[in-house]
Design a binder for this molecule. Sequence first.
Ligand code: ADP
Ligand code: MG
Length: 567
Amino acid sequence: MTSQVHEFQAEARQLLDLMVHSIYSNKDSFLRELISNASDALDKLRLEGLRDKDLDADISDLHIRLIPDAEARTLTIVDNGIGMTREEVVDLIGTVAKSGTAELRRKLAEADNASSEELIGQFGVGFYSTFMVADEVTLVTRKAGETVGTRWASTGDGTYTIDDAADAPQGTAITLALSPVDTDNAVNDYTDRFVLRGLVKKYSDFIAWPIRMLGETPAPVEPAEGEDAVEPAEPVDETLNSQKALWSKNKSEVTDEEYADFYRHVSHAWDEPLETISLHAEGTFEYQSLLFIPTQAPFDLFMRERSGGIHLYVKRVFIMDDADIMPEYLRWVQGVVDAADLSLNVSREILQEDRQIRAIRRRLTKKVISTVQEIADKRPDDYATFWENFGRVFKEGLVNDSDNAQAILKASVFASTRSETEPTRLADYVTRMADGQDVIYYMTGESRTQLEASPHLEAFAAKGIEVLLLSDPVDEVWVTAVPEFDGKKFVSVAKGVVDLDGDDADTADEAQNEEFSPLMDWLGETLADDVSSVRLTSRLTDSAACLVGDEFSMTPQLEKLYRASGQ
Ligand code: ADP
Ligand code: MG
């Protein structure tokens, strides 16, 4: 077949136009798209080769190669994968053969420049992203098992040419005639090996196939006096990616050291992971995840604008490094989620709504909580470290994640009057409850010292009843959000009527009431501006009087918290 000029299909044309005039800030992403396509093509050929023993194709050294040429200002990306037939080139490259086409068409019709970035993010634009950086794109390809190849070229102006390419090697080579260097707009020079190494490392490190590039040509070496001329050194072939998708492996295949290196790579931290969680899900939503609980808290754990989070991959192609996959209270979890069925260009906004991501979040959240529980059960020292660093944040889940509140309570510990140094689990508290005690007593305050000095605790101490001493700011909030644990209500010792051993401790007997009523009246009048009522009590053993809140009133700490936040 001879040379032909074709028009792009209408949607493709619009998309292309969008790319050519793109204001999409992340132009680098074209490389990840091409590498991802090449990787797919290698995957397909491997599978095809495995299925069809007679396939006339060499699958012994599948790889991707980058060929930068600074003088010609071109970058070529080569793979020896499955390749495309002429028809396939027309179908696949000349049209937007995607499920979202109708939607894309509708959106493009009303798109202005400002929303184009969003659109690019929403639809997998793949190959066309090359037109963000190239003035002309040439694709030479030969399908595995065929003899004649195809040459496709376009400047992105709405048409492309297509020719036979007699001697095309099997696979696909895409050559970008790069636009002039544009340092004004911080666009990278894609003929610069240093830039390419960095981009591959950042976006495609874990691609399963080797991504190779010839290094710089070494400077010629002058022969020493009286010696023969030195053979010019050959540039060395480098593999730019580590190829290790640790998350796709089973835990038994990976060493602790490899996990630790990877943990430090994704978290930019220097410590060891306290725990490594590897979870592979199959079925409706397929994904692989590798999560880490750090040993040390990052410095910005409590900062509002903190970056970082879960790295999201789609089939080993890096998408973003701060995907909102973990809920806020698990923001210290580091790692990778590799989902099988997401668009490469999925945006942060889309992620929020995505059903798959929501399912992943639910499952991983439960997994992290149960892992914390396991550490609590089996490794007390590690758990103490964990709690010291992340306990306060973990407890935010009691307020924000009612579905998992009971599991979070179970995996948490709380200071109590039982021990100065050792916090207690609620389950243990329950086993120690006094006969007839059917609620969990707590008191909130600013510090343990302040709480211990409180007269509210006297009667409880006298009766040997354990009280939780809650002094983190978040404690104030969760005790109002979570009513009970294991069927036992949380009851503040500082509020309302506290019922100790069956009889009402706050209602002294009739005779006493009679005897003290003049004093009570006088106190009531004198303190009228400060308290709502005065009553006799048996809850105190050493102190003469104490302040209590209404059963439904705010504690002094909560009042303070609200006041501090301007409410
Ligand atoms: P996507 O990868 O999401 O399908 P692209 O625009 O990136 O969309 O690519 C369109 C199609 O072109 C691919 O699905 C594939 O069939 C074909 N293709 C692209 N690059 C290659 C390649 N290097 N080798 C073989 N086929 C390719
Ligand atoms: Mg693609």
